[in-house]
Ligand binder design. Structure first.
Ligand SMILES: Cc1cc2nc3c(=O)[nH]c(=O)nc-3n(C[C@H](O)[C@H](O)[C@H](O)COP(=O)(O)OP(=O)(O)OC[C@H]3O[C@@H](n4cnc5c(N)ncnc54)[C@H](O)[C@@H]3O)c2cc1C
Length: 350
């Protein structure tokens, strides 16, 4: 068992590190517990050709600008891993890994954090476990009858695994567009999307995305009409590989199919397509099962928050899961501000 801390941060990806940066500045005692084997959070597991949807300068955590990646206006995932590794060392953040937190329990004045390799007690907890470990696949009829390869974004490595095959990519967001672009040259590709792909203007940058997310949060907080945030601008950032495939006419979307069959997919009008593989680029859910013992969820399964703070237990903050915990809180550029506000609230509470 370890001594009592002010704060335990659960998760050592970008959100956990941004929290660590502000906790250090606030001179609080803390530790970051991370299940990963090495620094980088989800970026360590991304497919080889994943590009950030914003330039390096607009993808920075507090205190340190991400350096540009030579020859890549939109850096690759491995560049982000290098940046996060350096960030962690530069600020001497007390990250302990690999440590997987199993449950956070109410222990009177304190919170008890139980992990696979120890127990910690703290006055507050910041949960920053991301979404990568909870891939979401919609319940499309026949989904489990398909006999070909079935995988989610998290399992995709690169086009080399699918050369010459008939592949169906599902999803009209950034992951779907980037993976479809990756596969457009060497496979027989079907890209199925719920609606026509909506590309953001080619010259949009990360700052514009962050500003749109901030304007939305402010409007909602002030009771004004929803501006729609980034979603009002479009769904897909046309990073160079996506733009190239699109402009070559190789990135054509088809409407979403109605069901899967043992050999492929079928549309409502009777059309079918055989496939060797279906890749679900259909998003994620927050990884929050470690908070279950605290009973913070409503009957609908949500954890109500004001900003990052749990309404049911103000000692618990949620960081980086989506706009519901702060404007653009699940992005590199946005999480710093949200982390600062979370730490400020915790410092006041303690
Ligand atoms: C395909 C894709 C592309 C994206 N592109 C961009 C982009 O271009 N620009 C941008 O700003 N954002 C982008 N994002 C969004 C966001 O920046 C990333 O999802 C980012 O990884 C989120 O960081 P995080 O720290 O919240 O979570 P993660 O990076 O997932 O880190 C969470 C950490 O917590 C650990 N963990 C999980 N559960 C536990 C537990 N129980 N106990 C201890 N540790 C635990 C994990 O091992 C991991 O190390 C993208 C997201 C995806 C999925």
């Amino acid at each position: 068992m370890n001594g009592t801390l002010d704060v335990v941060v659960i998760g050592g990806g970008q959100a956990g590190l941004a929290a660590g940066y502000h906790l250090r500045r606030a001179e609080l005692d803390f530790v970051v517990l991370d299940a990963g084997a090495a620094p980088g959070g989800a970026w360590r597991h991304a497919w080889d050709s994943l590009h950030l949807f914003s330039p390096a300068a607009y993808s920075s955590l507090p205190g340190r600008i991400m350096p540009p990646q030579q020859g890549e206006p939109f850096p690759e995932a491995r560049h982000v891993v290098e940046y996060l590794t350096d960030y962690e060392q530069r600020y001497e953040l007390p990250v302990v890994r690999p440590v997987r937190v199993r449950g956070v329990h109410d222990a009177g004045e304190l919170l008890r954090v139980e992990a696979d390799s120890g127990t910690w007690h703290a006055r507050a907890v910041i949960s920053a476990t991301g979404t990568w470990s909870r891939p979401f696949v919609p319940a499309v009829p026949g989904r489990d009858t398909f006999r070909g390869r079935r995988l989610h974004t998290v399992e995709y490595r690169g086009p080399q695994d699918f050369a010459g095959q008939r592949v169906i990519v599902v999803g009209g967001g950034n992951s779907g567009a980037q993976i479809a672009a990756d596969l457009a040259y060497d496979t027989d590709l079907t890209w199925a999307t719920l609606r026509d792909p909506r590309y953001l203007p080619d010259d949009i940058d990360g700052r514009a995305l962050f500003d749109a997310a901030t304007a939305r949060r402010r409007a909602l907080d002030a009771g004004r009409p929803d501006t729609g945030g980034i979603a009002a601008l479009g769904d897909i950032v046309a990073v160079p590989p996506v733009r190239e495939a699109r402009d070559s006419g190789l990135l054509k979307a088809t409407p979403m199919f109605e069901r899967l069959t043992p050999t492929g997919v079928a549309w409502p009008d009777g059309m079918t397509a055989d496939a060797d593989a279906v890749i679900w680029c259909t998003g994620f859910r927050p990884a929050l099962t470690h908070l279950t013992p605290l009973g913070l969820r409503t009957a609908e399964g949500r954890i109500p928050t004001q900003g990052t703070r749990s309404l049911a237990d103000p000692r618990v903050h949620l960081l980086g899961y989506g706009d519901w915990t702060g404007p653009a809180s699940a992005t590199l550029v946005g999480v710093g501000r949200t982390a600062r506000e979370a730490v400020r609230a915790i410092a006041e509470l303690l």
